[in-house]
Every structure is written in structure tokens, then in C-alpha cells.
Ligand binder design. Structure first.
Ligand SMILES: [Zn+2]
Length: 441
């Protein structure tokens, strides 16, 4: 049995379905939430236990960012106001061709610090040199579902595709029983990977009962390229090759036909809505309210910090909700609670961290503390509305993962912030040289 102690705060949100608990407290036993109740009840019941009173705060399950490429923080602001394909082909792919382990490692650390400071405790990432991301996550104490991005063309991370599949399999074995790191087989898209490649990925995922993480139907161009190649839309290709199931995490799903919404529902797939990235790259607006109404487990993600340009899940929740209200001309659509659920339990469930995303008894002690002493967060009639429509990244004072403080009173405890910032500034100069060399070609 771990250390038992009580954490108290003005509001506790245990899940989207339960009303906020005023003057509440959580009995934490090691890394587990043992009991949640009114503070005075727990104090009376357990008078000898240590009590930490955080005062004017809202304590919530830590947020889950279900789709990102965190190391791309080193490319934040590198190329702006461009269409997806130009952005990828003219800027991102050329600098990624020169990517090094060092860049990926420090870029990951920079983003993890940003996530910690904005209340995210679990995330899902796909990138090149993913073992470096794993190393950074391990140092940080966060939880994540991670996978090496797989392409048909050679990758600086592993060389030819076969080596990428081997790398993925070795990671699947290494982290099979890890409670912080889950591994996903991560083919990039249906236009950078052939159907045959994605099929191989599906078999590998099945062999280890692992997740498959892919971008699907991000914009009209992707859909038309895939349709031209296979005579079908991306979702239908995935169905044909047996890739639609509850272990599928499919980022974007912006351009969907009615039938495809039905397919995602039928096969229990997990689409990840990334509204800010979709807006910034001019990809369109995903039919989220339709999917949620149909009962699909829709998650929320920021996408990489080069197309967002931050990892702030509070801002993502707000954008997601406002966008659906606006396009549907209905203020009742995608309520604060709906979008909070997407950013917590839906993501946790999709990523294979079923014991995260809620602060109910038996769940893991993974939580975020929002400091509501700030004038812009007063008054607090409705804590859900406060979280989704008013709270910003800078209002997060604490983050706990597995019963341990990762950030306490705004101070990140597991990573060195200054050292990370200095290294990313050095990398910025190296990236600039690569772009200059490309221009001289
Ligand atoms: Zn992405």
C-alpha cells in the first residue's frame, strides 16, 4: 500500500458526467484515487492523514492530447499561411530529411514542458526518431502512446520501411508491460504509405493487440489522391483492409461522407478532432457534433505545434466548442461538458489508458490543478464553463501523474526548463542553415 493522504480544493471535477463537487477532497493512496467526497467528511473519517489544502482551485483529471507530433516544436513558425501540401513538401519534409536525434529529443522536451504547464498528463505522438521522444517522456514522468511514423520512402529515423517495422516491433516488445508508455503502430497516411504497407501495419498491431495511429481524411486533396489511387475514400480503404476497429486512432476525419460516419461508429474507431490545426491549414471543419450524436468516441488533439501553434488543450477545447456552435448555428451544440469529455475520458479510453481521464475511486491519481484566484476566472458559477470558455494554459498551477507531482506551484519538477530552452535556441540556428542550403540548391 502506498502513502495515503488527502488533497483538498474548492472544486473537484471527477468526470464529465458527475456534477462538480464543491469544497471537495480526494483520498490518494499511492498512485490511486481511493475516495472522493466533501472535504469535511473525509477529514472527519481520516483525522490522522496528512491534508494538503490548495484553496481556490479546480482539480480535474489531467487532460489527454490524442494527436500530436511534439518534436515539431522546433519548427514552430517556420512556414506560415500555406496550404497543407505546400507546407509539407516545401518546408517540413526538406527539414525533416535532415532531422537528427538531438533535434527530436530537445523538441520533445520543450513540448512536454509546455504540456505540463497547460495541464496535459497523457498524449499520443507519432514522429521520426520516436525513441528520443520515449526518452524525453520517461524523464518527464508523463504517460503517452507513441509510435515511429512510417512512410514508404526512406526515413532519417530508420532508413527503409522494413527497418521501421522492425523498430516498431522491438518497441512493442520492450514496452509491453509499461504503465507509462504504450506503443502504437503509426503509418503516416494513406498517401505516404501504400495500402500494402498499411496492411502490414495492421497485422503488426493485431499481433501485439496494439493501437494503430494514422492521419485520415484530413482535407479534400488527401481524399481525392486516395480515391484516384484506390477508387475509394480513406475510411473505406481502411475498412477494406481490416483497419477499422476499436484500436484505431485516426486523426482529423474532416472530409467524411454520411456513410463513413456510420462506418466509424460500427467499427468503434476513435477519430481525433484537431480543430486549430484544421483551421490553420485551411483543411475544413470536421463533422464532430454529428459523430458525437452518433455515439462515436471522438477525442481531441492539438496536432503538431508547427501547425497550431501551441499544445494548449484548454484553447483547443474552446475552439472545438465555439466552432461547432458557429457552423451549426446552434449554441447548444458541443457543450462545455461534451468537449471536456473529449479532452479527458474519451482520449484516455482511445489511447489505452483506461484508468486515466476520470477522478473516480479506483482510477489513477493523474490530475491537473487550475488556479482560479485570477481575476479573469472570477466568479465561478459553473466550473465546466470556466474550464472550457475562460481558463488558459497559464492558469495551471499543478500537475500530478501516478500520484507524484510533475509540477507544483507552477514549478516543473522533472525537467530542466532553462536548459531545454537554450538547446532549442541552438537548434533553431541549425534548422535555419538547412533551409538556407535548400534555397541555394
Ligand atoms: Zn498530425
Amino acid at each position: 500500500m502506498g502513502k495515503r493522504w488527502i488533497l483538498k480544493g474548492k472544486w473537484i471535477i471527477t468526470s464529465a458526467e458527475h456534477p462538480p463537487l464543491k469544497n471537495g477532497a480526494i483520498l490518494i493512496n499511492g498512485n490511486i484515487v481511493e475516495e472522493v467526497d466533501k472535504a469535511e467528511k473525509l477529514e472527519k473519517k481520516y483525522p490522522s492523514l496528512e491534508l494538503v489544502d490548495l484553496g481556490e482551485v479546480v482539480i480535474i483529471p489531467s487532460l489527454v492530447n490524442s494527436h500530436t507530433h511534439i518534436s515539431m516544436s522546433i519548427f514552430r513558425g517556420i512556414a506560415e499561411d500555406l496550404p497543407l501540401m505546400t507546407w509539407l513538401k516545401e518546408y517540413i519534409f526538406p527539414v525533416e530529411a535532415k532531422l537528427t536525434r538531438d533535434w527530436v529529443y530537445w523538441g520533445a522536451k520543450l513540448s512536454i514542458i509546455e504540456m505540463i504547464k497547460s495541464g496535459t498528463g497523457v498524449f499520443c505522438d507519432m514522429y521520426i526518431f520516436e525513441p528520443e521522444v520515449i526518452r524525453a517522456v520517461k524523464e518527464s514522468g508523463l504517460r503517452a502512446l507513441l509510435g515511429e511514423g512510417l512512410f514508404d520512402f526512406p526515413s532519417p529515423g530508420y532508413g527503409p520501411l522494413e527497418k521501421g517495422l522492425e523498430l516498431t516491433e522491438s518497441l512493442l516488445k520492450e514496452f509491453e508491460r509499461d504503465s507509462f508508455i504504450n506503443i502504437a503502430v503509426s503509418p503516416h497516411t494513406l498517401y505516404t504509405c501504400s495500402k500494402e504497407t498499411v496492411k502490414k501495419c495492421i497485422s503488426l498491431a493485431e499481433k501485439y493487440q496494439a493501437h494503430l495511429h494514422i492521419h485520415l481524411s484530413e482535407n479534400a486533396e488527401e481524399v481525392s489522391v486516395v480515391k484516384e489511387r484506390y477508387g475509394k475514400t480513406p475510411i473505406k480503404v481502411m475498412e477494406e483492409i481490416g483497419g477499422l476497429n476499436e484500436n484505431l486512432i485516426c486523426a482529423h476525419c474532416v472530409k467524411l461522407e454520411e456513410e463513413e460516419v456510420e462506418l466509424l461508429f460500427k467499427h468503434k474507431a476513435n477519430p481525433v478532432h484537431c480543430p486549430e490545426s484544421n483551421l490553420k491549414l485551411g483543411s475544413g471543419i470536421a463533422p464532430i457534433s454529428k459523430m458525437i450524436r452518433r455515439g462515436i468516441n471522438v477525442c481531441l488533439g492539438t496536432d503538431g505545434p508547427a501547425s497550431n501553434n501551441d499544445l494548449d488543450m484548454f484553447s483547443e477545447m474552446r475552439t472545438a466548442s465555439l466552432l461547432q456552435k458557429g457552423v451549426n448555428e446552434d449554441p447548444a451544440i458541443l457543450s462545455a461538458k461534451d468537449v471536456f469529455k473529449m479532452a479527458t475520458e474519451n482520449g484516455a479510453l482511445a489511447l489505452g489508458f483506461e484508468k486515466c481521464g476520470k477522478l473516480r475511486p479506483g482510477f489513477l491519481a493523474d490530475l491537473t490543478v487550475v488556479d482560479i484566484k485570477r481575476p479573469e476566472l472570477v466568479p465561478d458559477y459553473d466550473p465546466f464553463a470556466l474550464l472550457v470558455y475562460s481558463v488558459k494554459a497559464g492558469h495551471i498551477s499543478h500537475l500530478m501523474v501516478d500520484g507524484a507531482w510533475i509540477m507544483e506551484n507552477y514549478e516543473v519538477k522533472t525537467l530542466n526548463v532553462e536548459e531545454t530552452v537554450e538547446n532549442v535556441k541552438r537548434i533553431q540556428e541549425e534548422v535555419k542553415k538547412v533551409l538556407q542550403a535548400k534555397r541555394c540548391e
